[in-house]
Design a protein around this ligand. Sequence first.
Ligand code: G1P
Length: 277
Amino acid sequence: MSKISKCLFPAAGYGTRFLPATKAMPKEMLPIVTKPLIQYGVEEAMQAGISDMAIVTGRGKRAIEDHFDISYELEQQIAGSDKEDLLGDTREIMSRCRFSYTRQMEMKGLGHAILTGEALIGDSPFAVVLADDYCVAEGDGVLSQMVKLYEKYQCSIVAIEEVPMEETNRYGVIAGELEAENIYRVSRMVEKPDPAEAPSNLAIIGRYILSPDIFDIIRNTPPGKNGEMQITDALQTQASQGNVIGYKFQGRRFDCGSVDGYIEASNYTYQSQCNPS
Ligand code: G1P
């Protein structure tokens, strides 16, 4: 049985909703309190037993590579001081994980970003984390929950949550049969449908487990919503064969691709980490 050992992070997007903050800085480096969004994603993947982090970057994203690298000058500067501890988590990540990078040269959609990562992933099932969906959970993280589910179902899995009907046009939306508590066998998937056309209010959030045949399927799927290569459309091919599970995860997700969600996530994390009273 294949184990999930790699996680792909599509991280080439511009983050225009956060301009001017993201003019020269990747949106994945926006901090929730003191840790950048992408680091939370990497930690979630590590908790799920994954040690290979494959990051699809783009122009202006060098800070991500620098973040997961040694900074000799800085480390020498703070060596022996109480500030050293602040780099502890990052050091731990660097000692336990392997990072690889590739660049997406044109923005042609999430499907295209994932296809760009093929060279880093190869022919095994893999996880995908969209770092701007920031997830918190008590106990197992969302990706750990999904990796466990993969052991049973051995097919692609998308994390889903209920959203207000009027927001379906912001997400991939699924329809399916309830197979067990919180687990749906997906039959239909639509990218960002208007509420009137949405098959349900079960929205896909930025956590996926994908079987590697998805790469060929993406290659053979015509552009969809907004003329972009959509992962949702490629997954529909697998769903038509009964090979996609929708999983209502345990935990809470913040949409840090929006200013409101980002502020909410920051306040929540500050309250729970720094000011727990
Ligand atoms: C992408 C996917 C969408 C999914 C969403 C989750 O959209 O295309 O299906 O629901 O991520 O965050 P984006 O937010 O990149 O527009």
